[in-house]
Write a protein that binds this ligand. Structure first.
Ligand code: FEO
Ligand code: CA
Ligand code: CA
Ligand code: CA
Length: 697
């Protein structure tokens, strides 16, 4: 343990990690979710499934992956052509091009050893960071100073551990201006701060390094790389005291009132933001994931237990500074109920009040990705990223307006405030005896079957016996337990293809599956001790708002050299890049799925990366690795602008296993030992948003 970690009392559970992730990441990111008892102890599906019974988020905006959506500086979407699913005009437009050959051609890189501290790209490509932890966003912000940090400076600088990221081109700038959004999931004090820093100041910096960032980008021309613009009009940091409006059925509920907010409508800050999505109306959604790790609670109620809230001191100890982080304090009993939501922000209006969307339920939200149904309803797919938790779908009450006027955008910006909420039940079509937990395909040659979306809230009313609508939305996990959904292997990104309407679910891993007392393999989660994860492909029956679907597994991940059951939709396993722990999903403009991974082993194995997966034709199931991230990092927030032959990723937690005095990564500045860093550079790891671009051809 480093001096810093010892001093700040961090990492109480180091060494208890399961699977491949670093113990430090487990402690700081997920509050050791995998070392703790499984939160879902409900018995609803502790039985085998029985046979029975951009394209992408960018395509959702109608610009494929290439960035044709233009957003006016005036704050209205000026030339969006939202792609609609279900044969609607948007889907038809996207499908006109259909699956095809991408301009972004590359030769897959060889897998990179996890111990290598390098950002690796294919032959003929280069990379550079667009923005790094500590980069100043405003004229009054100082350059980053590793040894002279302050909370005041951090509040005006780019935050830590960037996850969901998107780039929206701005209209009227000849392809030269854009706005970048990224969120900041968590902090790693051990490698961020020198031991000499006072602990209270370190905690304040840590709080300021959480939240969200919006920042404008510029480039000289279409072929030049992007850089960020200091002090641009849209630049904004969302901090721990930023006011969020709680919208929807829970707004004003006694379940969310506190002494600081007696009417239950205004929440300070957002926590544990992981993945997200971008809407056709040009707002950003971000998922509040492991919020429980920020609160001390009684930890004795069913609600506390189901959400992993405990009475132990938190890793960051913010409870020492602000009573709301200990829900045992009088007046703050409900503070943790005010986190675990999807937040929606308008990157075009730096004065806007961000929203928390209670109609979309409260759980450990990985993110939310939307598609417009043929009926005009907005459908959002959402994963609850915890072992044995569930997959959800939201259908808006009101319908999307496909207009360019400011009034249309204002209308659309309220669509996520009200709607129906469902949870997924999967059934397999193979005999239970053929799902033996090894991952061996059943006799029909596929992990596949049918499914249904079971209602939790319909028409503004609870569909769950014994629970009112406010209870269902605040304690969504407990409500879902009552309707028998399928326990999944940690749903991360859930992404609909605008080209086909099919929905892809990244199940990242679950090493507890099949352990004593835990649910064993089912056809949709077919491996016990599932270290490598899998990807589910869902086809809604009769459109995006349907309550029934068919499903199959697109990928059963792994390294085919060591895992003979790794499956790539029938594509030869000896011709794919090994892939493990799928996390974030994106599409390119011609319908290929791109997957970023979060399964880097800390000492051995392979580095995380970004992978292209062909979905159509003879090459369906072919996995090709595009890049690998530096030591201890996970790959987040992929953005595929294939028409411009460029790709963006957020590199999260590089050098996670190091300490301030013995760093293990020097990404992205890579200042050589013994040399003086150039202005703005440091000799320490910095989470950063990176652009990868062609350097030849
Ligand atoms: Fe923050 Fe689900 O990963
Ligand atoms: Ca089957
Ligand atoms: Ca994630
Ligand atoms: Ca993850």
């Amino acid at each position: 343990m480093s001096d810093t970690a010892r001093k700040f009392g961090l990492l109480p559970m180091l060494g208890h990690t399961k699977g491949k992730r670093s113990a430090v990441t487990c402690a700081l990111k997920c509050d050791n979710a995998c070392a703790s008892a499984v939160c879902n102890t409900s018995s609803n599906s502790y039985f085998r499934d029985i046979a029975s019974a951009s394209v992408s988020r960018r395509a959702a905006l109608g610009f494929g992956a290439a960035g044709a959506l233009a957003i006016a500086f005036g704050g209205s979407v000026a030339s969006a052509e939202p792609a609609l699913a279900d044969g609607g005009p948007g889907l038809a437009a996207a499908a006109k091009d259909g699956f095809g050959k991408s301009k972004l051609t590359f030769t897959a890189i060889a897998p990179v050893d996890a111990a290598v501290d390098a950002f690796t790209v294919p032959e003929g490509f280069g990379w550079q960071p667009i923005i790094r932890w500590g980069d100043p966003l405003f004229n009054d912000a100082p350059d980053f100073d590793l040894f002279g940090q302050s909370a005041a400076a951090q509040a005006r600088q780019f935050g830590y551990n960037n996850d969901y990221t998107d780039i929206l081109p701005l209209e009227g700038a000849k392809d030269r201006r854009a706005v970048l959004f990224t969120n900041h999931e968590y902090t790693n004090e051990s490698i961020m701060f020198p031991a000499a820093l006072p602990a209270s100041e370190a905690r304040a910096i840590s709080r300021a390094a959480h939240g969200l960032t919006v920042v404008e980008l510029e480039r000289k021309n279409k072929n030049a790389p992007w850089s960020y613009v200091k002090d641009a009009r849209l630049n904004r940091r969302y901090l721990s005291d930023t006011a969020y409006e709680l919208t929807g059925p829970v707004a004003g509920s006694p379940l969310v009132r506190t002494v600081a907010d007696p009417v239950g409508r205004t929440i300070r800050g957002t926590l544990g933001n992981c993945s997200g999505g971008t809407t056709p109306w040009g707002t950003i959604l971000s998922g509040e994931e492991n919020f429980n790790g920020y609160f001390v609670s009684a930890g004795t109620s069913d609600q506390d237990k189901r959400y992993g809230l405990t009475s132990k001191p938190t890793a960051r100890q913010w409870e020492l500074d602000d009573p709301r982080f200990d829900t045992r304090n009088p007046g703050y009993e409900n503070e943790a109920n005010r986190f675990g939501w999807i937040v929606e922000v308008d990157p075009l209006d730096p004065a806007s009040t961000p929203k928390k969307r209670s109609a979309m339920g409260r759980f450990k939200h990985e993110g939310a990705n939307v598609i417009i149904a043929k009926s005009g309803h907005v459908v959002a797919y959402m994963g609850d990223d915890e072992r044995f938790d569930y997959l959800y779908k939201f259908v808006s009450k009101n319908t999307y307006r496909d207009g360019k006027a400011a009034a249309d955008r204002r209308h659309n910006m309220d669509l996520l405030a009200e709607g129906d909420l469902y949870v997924a039940k999967f059934s397999g079509d193979s005999p239970a005896g053929e799902i033996d937990g090894s991952g061996t395909l059943p006799a029909d040659g596929a992990f596949d079957g049918a499914g249904e979306w079971r209602p939790l809230v319909v028409g503004g009313k609870s569909a769950v016996a014994g629970m009112g609508v406010e209870d269902v939305l605040v304690y969504t996990r407990l409500a879902a337990d009552k309707v028998g959904p399928t326990k999944m292997d940690r749903c991360e990104d859930v992404q609909p293809s605008l080209l086909t309407g099919k929905v892809y679910v990244a199940c990242t891993n679950n090493t507890d599956r099949g352990r004593i007392g835990k649910e064993g393999a089912t056809e949709v989660n077919p491996r016990n001790d599932n270290r490598d994860g899998h990807v589910v492909e869902i086809t809604e029956r009769g459109g995006q708002t349907s309550t029934s679907f068919d499903w199959n597994l697109l990928l059963v991940c792994g390294d085919p050299a060591v895992n003979k059951t790794a499956y790539f939709s029938g594509f030869p396993a000896d011709r794919v890049s090994p892939i493990s722990c799928p996390d974030n999903l994106a599409f390119d403009s011609v319908g290929n799925l791109w997957i970023s991974t979060d399964g880097a082993p800390s000492k051995t194995g392979l580095a995380d990366g970004l992978f292209k997966v062909t979905l159509d034709g003879a090459e369906r199931g072919r996995v090709e690795q595009f890049l690998a991230v530096p030591r201890d990092a996970e790959t987040c927030g992929p953005i595929i602008h294939d028409n411009e032959r460029t790709v963006f990723v957020a590199v999260q937690h590089p050098g996670e296993d190091g300490s301030f005095d013995a760093q293990t990564s020097f990404f992205p500045d890579y200042v050589p030992a013994g040399t003086t860093p150039a202005a703005g550079q440091v000799r320490a790891p910095r989470p950063a948003v990176v652009q990868v671009f062609r350097t030849k051809g």
